[in-house]
Design a protein around this ligand. Structure first.
Ligand code: SF4
Ligand code: SF4
Ligand code: FES
Length: 222
């Protein structure tokens, strides 16, 4: 296998020629935060959480889609890198439903974890909230786009892993929403209720339907 040598945070690292900087860093035990990245499924460089500095480059680079090259010098934790990740995260949080205590993913949420790791304790960009969709008509899956971070991990999983492809980005820019075509319910499209999109989601925007209360009601019904 053809290998290249680069330095990451001053450490000499060898990586296959076709590896990304993120892969090379992980192999060397250097942590770079990610959000939209899902190995072999969603490698689209969308969220910019994984940015790094590369010597000679004019702007910060997304390490999850950046190929390694011979002699490359990468810095993963400079003040500019940390500030960029923090701004990205605060912008995401500024349009996020922050009802964490009642969220199914509370304490098991990648957004919460990133906030803690990056030291986000307040949001500098209060602003407009996008129009959210709440869809609980499916027999097994609840969609709540007020918690969606638009990472598209569910979209790629449904399309590439399940070969179904019933969810995709609708509209553009600030109005973008991840939903079935024409904003239909998951119940109205050929969703097979496999739940793989829920597993791929880093936050509480997709969850299993909980019918426990109906069981209690039935048990209590004489
Ligand atoms: S449950 Fe399966 S088929 Fe339905 S949207 Fe999710 S991944 Fe696609
Ligand atoms: S529903 Fe979840 S996996 Fe899908 S784009 Fe939104 S945050 Fe990402
Ligand atoms: S993890 Fe690299 S751009 Fe999202």
């Amino acid at each position: 296998m053809d290998m290249v040598t680069l330095t990451i945070d001053g450490i000499k690292v060898e990586a296959p020629k076709n590896a990304t900087v993120l892969e090379a860093a992980r192999k060397a035990g250097i942590k770079i935060p990610t959000l939209c990245f899902l190995k072999d499924v969603n490698e689209i460089g969308a969220c910019r959480m994984c940015v790094v500095e590369v010597k000679g480059a004019r702007s910060l680079q997304t390490s999850c889609v950046l190929p390694v090259s011979e002699g490359m010098e990468v810095i993963t934790n400079s003040p500019a890198v940390r500030e960029s990740r923090k701004v990205t995260l605060e912008l995401l949080l500024s349009d996020h439903n922050l009802e964490c205590p009642t969220c199914i993913r509370n304490l098991n949420c990648e957004l919460q974890k990133l906030s803690e790791e990056l030291g986000v304790q307040s949001i500098r960009y209060p602003g407009q909230k996008s129009k959210a969709q709440y869809d609980d008509f499916s027999p097994s899956i609840v969609r709540d786009t007020s918690k969606c971070v638009l990472c598209r991990r569910c979209v790629s999983t449904c399309h590439k892993v399940q070969g179904v492809g019933v969810i995709s980005p609708n509209y553009r820019g600030f109005d973008t929403v991840i939903a079935p075509v024409f904003d239909m319910s998951l119940n109205e499209v050929p969703c097979v209720n496999c739940g793989q999109c829920i597993l791929a989601c880093p936050v509480g925007a997709l969850k299993e339907k909980d019918d426990t209360h109906r069981v209690w009601e039935t048990l209590a019904d004489p």
